[in-house]
Design a protein around this ligand. Structure first.
Ligand code: C2E
Ligand code: CA
Ligand code: CA
Length: 843
C-alpha cells in the first residue's frame, strides 16, 4: 500500500539528478587533480606520511559517524584539520584519494547508509578537498613534505573555500530531500557550524604553523586533547539540541496518536516511526495480541497492511514489545529496521520505549473504542431486530412507518401487508418448539427473499409477520406484491425430516391519510381477518367492511372495562318446534350495552374481542349469564336447554373445556342442558386440536352444534373430526328455501345426513310461515327466527314462556295445520346416552 504521490517521484528524480551531478563533478575534479599532478610531476609521497594522513582522516570520519544521532547532519567533524595539513604536505590527488578511500572504508564498515547517500558523501568530499587544494595551488602553496610552507592567509582562504563549497553542495541536496528551501537549510544551525569551523580553522593554522616553522613536533602533542575536548563539548551541545528536537517530535507524534480510529493510529505510528528513529522500515506487528495484522512503512509511507508474519526482526532490526507501562496490555511488537546493524544510545532507547508505550496505549484505546462501537451497533441491531429470524421487529417497523408518516422518507405509495400463519400453534404443540422455530425462520427467509428492494419485512411476534411495501407505482400493485409474498410460502418446507405446509392469511392496507401507523396496522389487521374468514390467502382493506368506529374505541382499553363492569349482556332467542310452535330451547346471543354507543351487536364488536386478550373473560361472562338464565327458567318450571356460541379462538385455548365444566358445576347445571354452537369456519388442521378438547366436553355430556351449517368448505370432514349432535342450517338457505331448489336440496340432504348420523337439525332465520312450512316438509322440525321471536332478555323470555301463544304456555306459534297429520315423536326428556334437547327428525 505504498502511498507515493507524483510529488514524491519528482523529489526522487531531482535528488538523483543532484547526486549524479555531484558525482560527475567529483569525477571531473579527480581527473583534473590527476592531470595536474602529472603535469607538475608530483612524485609519490612518503608512504608512511600517506598512511598517517589516511588513518587520521578515516578516524575523523569514524568519529563523525558515531556522533551522528541518526540525524541528517552533525557538522561535528574534525576531518578538515588533517585534510588541510595533508594539502600542505602532499599533492592534491593523494589527499583526495586518502579522503575518498578513508570515507568509503568507514562507510563500508558501517553500513547504516544507503548507496545513494554514500556516493553523495564521497563525491562531496572529493569536490570540497579538490577546491580547497586548488586554492592552495593558486596562492602558490606547493605541497612539500620535507619543506612545508604556507601562510596563515593561504590557510584561511583554503579553509573558507573548503567551507563554502561544502555548504554549496550540501544545502541544495538537503533542501530537496527534506522538501524545504535552501536558505532554510542553510540557516539551520549556522552559528554552531560557524563556531566549529572557526575552532577547526584555528587548529589547522596552529598545526600547519608548527610544521612550517620547523618547531618541535612535541608542540602538536596536546592538539588531540584540545580537539577531543572541543569535540565533546560540541557533540554535547548538538545532542542536547537534537534531543530537545526529538522530544518535540515525539510529543507531536503522541498527540497524533490520540485518535479513536485504529487505522489512523497504526498508520501515523508506522510513518512517524521511520522519521523519529531514522529507521528505514518500521513494522507494527499485532499478531501477538491475537490480531493477524502487520503494518509496514518506510520513509514514503505505509507499504503493507495485511496478515502476518512480519518480515523484519533480524540483526539490523530493533524489536520492542508494544505493552503498556504496567504490562497489563500487550498489543504486539514494534520493529525498527535499519540498513545495517545499529546500536541505540540510551536516549534513543528511552525514546523508543516511550514511543512504544504511547503507541500501545493508543492501540488499546482505539481497540476499546472500536469494541464499544461494535457493542453499540450490536445493541442497536438487537433493539431493532427479532433474535429468532433476524428480521426487523415491531419497533423497527413502527419507526420506519413513523418516518414515512412524518414525511421523512420518500418511499412513494406505501402499503402494509400483515401476515398471520394459520394453525402455527399446532406445529409448536405437535412437533415441539424447535420445529416451530425452524418454520418461523424459514418463513422469514422466504418473505425476505420475496420482498422487493426497500420493503421492510418484520416479525411482529409469534406467527405474525408484516411487510411494509414501499414505492408502489399504483396502489393496486399492493395486492399483486402481497400475493407474490404469500405464494412464496406455498411450497412445502422440511422440518426435522417432515414435510410441512404453511398456510397463511395476509391483510393489505394502504397507508391512510390520518391515524398513522396505528391506523395502518389496524386496517391491515381487519383485512387479514377478512382473508382468514373467507379462507383466502389475501384480502385488501375496504372501508365498507370496517367496523372501525367501535373497533377503535374498544382498542383503547374499553374491553377490559366492559368485562369488569358487566357491560356485556346476553339476549336469548327461542328455538321452537316447527310443528307445534313450542319453545324447546334458547340460543344465547351476546350484546354490549355500551355507555356511549348503546346496544351493540356481535357483528360490531366480536372481531375485536376475539383478537384482544379479553376473549376468555368475555366467553366466560356469556356462559355465566346463559347458565344463570337456565336456572331462572328451571326455577319457573321450564327446563330449556341453552345454546351458547363459541369462537374458534376459544376452542384453541386448552383451558376452555375446564372453564366450561367449572361453570356447569358452579351453576349446578347438568352438562346435557348446555349446547355449544361452533362455527364451521374451523380449518381441517384446527379441527385436530379442537377435536380433542371437544371430545372431552362431549364425553361430559355437553351438546355440540355446528353453526351456519352448509356455508363451510368441508362439512363432512368437520363432522368426522368433531363429535357434534346438532346441525344448524344457515339462514341463507332458509331465506331461499321457497325460491331456490338448490337451497331446498341442501336442506334436504342436511336433514338426511343428520338422520343417518343421529343428529338433530335446527333451521336459523325463519322469518315467515311459508318458510316454516317448507322446512317442515323438507323434514326439518326445529327452527328459530323472527317469525317466532327476536332475541330478548332472559326475563322477557320467561314472560313469553308463561304467556304462551293461543293459550298454550311454552309455545310461540300455533301448530302447523297439518301438524297432526305428521307422525311425530312425542317430545321427551332424553335420559342418558346420546341425549338430545331436541325432537328427533321425523321418520
Ligand atoms: P349466529 O350464531 O348465526 O346467530 C344468529 C344470528 O341471527 C343472531 O344475530 C340473531 O339475532 C340473528 N337472527 C335470528 N333470527 C333471525 C331472523 O329471523 N332474521 C335475521 N335476519 N336474523 C336473525 P346476532 O345476535 O347479531 O349474532 C350474530 C352472530 O354473532 C351469531 O351468529 C354468532 O355467530 C355470534 N355470536 C353471538 N353471540 C355470541 C357469543 O356469545 N359468543 C360468540 N362467540 N359468538 C356470538
Ligand atoms: Ca349460533
Ligand atoms: Ca348461525
Amino acid at each position: 500500500m505504498r502511498n507515493r504521490s507524483s510529488n514524491d517521484d519528482a523529489t526522487d528524480r531531482q535528488l538523483k539528478l543532484l547526486v549524479g551531478l555531484v558525482v560527475v563533478l567529483a569525477l571531473g575534479a579527480l581527473g583534473l587533480d590527476i592531470w595536474h599532478a602529472t603535469v607538475t610531476h608530483a612524485a609519490m609521497p612518503n608512504p608512511i606520511l600517506l598512511a598517517t594522513i589516511f588513518l587520521v582522516v578515516a578516524v575523523a570520519y569514524r568519529v563523525k559517524i558515531d556522533v551522528r544521532i541518526h540525524s541528517s547532519r552533525s557538522g561535528s567533524s574534525w576531518t578538515e584539520v588533517p585534510i588541510m595539513v595533508g594539502l600542505v604536505l602532499i599533492p592534491i590527488p593523494w589527499v583526495v584519494l586518502c579522503v575518498a578511500a578513508g570515507l568509503t572504508t568507514i562507510r563500508l564498515l558501517n553500513r547504516a547508509y544507503s548507496w545513494n547517500k554514500g556516493l553523495f558523501a564521497v563525491g562531496k568530499e572529493v569536490l570540497v578537498v579538490s577546491a580547497s587544494g586548488a586554492t592552495f595551488a593558486l596562492l602558490g602553496v606547493t605541497p612539500n613534505a620535507t619543506e612545508p610552507r604556507a601562510t596563515v592567509g593561504a590557510i584561511i582562504a583554503a579553509y573558507l573555500v573548503f567551507w563554502i563549497v561544502d555548504e554549496l553542495v550540501f544545502h541544495p541536496v538537503i533542501a530537496v530531500a527534506s522538501q524545504s528551501t535552501i536558505s532554510k537549510s542553510f540557516r539551520q544551525g549556522l552559528t554552531t557550524r560557524a563556531f566549529s569551523h572557526l575552532a577547526r580553522l584555528v587548529t589547522a593554522i596552529y598545526v600547519i604553523e608548527v610544521l612550517v616553522s620547523g618547531a618541535s613536533l612535541l608542540l602538536l602533542a596536546f592538539v588531540p586533547m584540545v580537539v577531543a575536548c572541543l569535540h565533546l563539548w560540541e557533540s554535547r551541545r548538538l545532542r542536547t539540541k537534537q534531543e530537545r528536537e526529538a522530544w518535540r517530535q515525539l510529543a507531536d507524534t503522541t498527540d497524533e496518536l490520540s485518535s479513536v480510529d485504529l487505522n489512523q493510529v497504526l498508520y501515523v505510528a508506522a510513518g512517524q516511526g521511520t522519521r523519529l528513529f531514522s529507521a528505514d522500515v518500521v513494522e507494527i506487528d499485532l499478531t501477538g495480541s491475537g490480531v493477524n495484522r502487520v503494518i509496514r512503512a518506510d520513509a514514503d509511507g505505509v507499504t503493507y497492511d495485511g496478515p502476518g508474519p512480519r518480515k523484519f526482526g533480524g540483526d539490523s532490526s530493533i524489536t520492542t514489545d508494544l505493552e503498556t507501562r504496567d504490562r497489563s496490555y500487550r498489543a504486539g511488537a514494534l520493529v525498527l529496521d535499519f540498513h545495517g546493524k545499529i546500536r541505540l544510545t540510551e536516549f534513543e532507547r528511552y525514546k523508543l520505549k516511550t514511543f512504544a508505550s504511547a503507541l500501545c496505549t493508543a492501540i488499546r484505546n482505539a481497540a476499546a473504542y472500536a469494541e464499544l462501537q461494535r457493542l453499540n451497533e450490536q445493541n442497536a441491531f438487537d433493539a431493532a431486530h427479532d433474535p429468532l429470524t433476524g428480521l426487523a421487529n415491531r419497533r423497527e417497523l413502527y419507526e420506519r412507518a413513523e418516518e414515512y408518516f412524518g414525511g421523512r422518507t420518500d418511499d412513494g405509495v406505501v402499503a402494509l401487508l400483515l401476515i398471520d400463519l394459520n394453525h402455527f400453534k399446532e406445529v409448536n404443540d405437535t412437533l415441539g418448539h424447535g420445529a416451530g422455530d425452524a418454520v418461523l425462520r424459514e418463513v422469514a427467509r422466504r418473505l425476505d427473499d420475496a420482498a422487493a428492494p426497500g420493503d421492510l419485512v418484520a416479525r411482529l411476534g409469534g406467527d405474525e409477520f408484516a411487510v411494509l411495501l414501499v414505492n408502489l407505482v399504483t396502489p393496486a400493485l399492493a395486492t399483486h406484491r402481497a400475493e407474490q409474498m404469500l405464494s412464496a410460502l406455498e411450497a412445502t418446507l422440511e422440518v426435522e425430516g417432515m414435510q410441512i405446509t404453511v398456510e397463511a392469511a395476509g391483510g393489505i392496507a394502504l397507508a391512510p391519510g390520518s391515524g398513522g401507523i396505528n391506523e395502518l396496522m389496524r386496517r391491515a389487521d381487519v383485512a387479514m381477518y377478512q382473508a382468514k374468514r373467507a379462507g383466502q390467502p389475501t384480502a385488501t382493506y375496504a372501508h365498507s367492511q370496517d367496523t372501525a368506529d367501535v373497533g377503535r374505541l374498544m382498542l383503547g382499553g374499553e374491553l377490559q372495562r366492559a368485562v369488569a363492569k358487566q357491560e356485556f349482556v346476553v339476549d336469548f332467542q327461542p328455538i321452537v318446534d316447527l310443528g307445534s310452535g313450542e319453545i324447546i330451547s334458547a340460543e344465547a346471543l351476546a350484546r354490549w350495552q355500551h355507555p356511549e354507543h348503546g346496544y351493540l351487536t356481535p357483528m360490531q364488536f366480536l372481531e375485536t374481542v376475539e383478537r384482544s386478550g379479553q376473549l376468555p373473560a368475555f366467553a366466560d361472562a356469556v356462559l355465566d349469564q346463559a347458565l344463570a338464565a337456565f336456572c331462572v327458567w328451571r326455577e319457573a318450571g321450564y327446563d330449556l336447554p341453552v345454546a351458547v356460541n363459541v369462537s374458534p379462538r376459544s376452542l384453541l385455548d386448552q383451558r376452555f373445556p375446564a372453564t366450561v365444566l367449572a361453570q356447569l358445576s358452579h351453576h349446578n347445571v347438568p352438562a346435557d342442558r348446555l349446547v355449544l354452537e361452533l362455527a364451521e369456519t374451523l380449518t381441517i388442521s384446527q379441527l385436530d386440536t379442537v377435536g380433542r378438547a371437544l371430545a372431552e366436553l362431549r364425553e361430559a355430556g355437553v351438546g355440540l352444534a355446528l353453526d351456519d351449517f352448509g356455508t363451510g368448505v368441508s362439512p363432512l370432514s368437520v363432522l368426522s373430526h368433531i363429535p357434534v349432535n346438532q346441525l344448524k342450517i344457515d339462514r341463507d338457505f332458509v331465506t331461499a328455501v321457497e325460491t331456490s331448489s338448490e337451497a331446498a336440496a341442501v336442506i334436504r340432504s342436511t336433514v338426511d345426513l343428520a338422520r343417518s348420523l343421529h343428529l338433530t337439525v335446527v333451521a336459523e332465520g325463519v322469518e315467515s310461515e311459508p318458510q316454516r312450512h317448507a322446512l317442515w316438509e323438507l323434514g326439518c322440525v326445529a327452527g328459530q327466527g323472527h317469525l317466532f321471536a327476536r332475541p330478548m332478555a332472559a326475563a322477557r323470555l320467561l314472560g313469553a314462556l308463561q304467556r304462551g301463544s293461543g293459550g298454550r304456555p311454552g309455545s310461540l306459534a300455533v301448530p302447523l295445520h297439518d301438524g297432526g297429520a305428521v307422525v311425530r315423536l312425542p317430545r321427551r326428556r332424553p335420559s342418558g346416552g346420546a341425549r338430545s334437547a331436541l325432537p328427533h327428525q321425523p321418520a
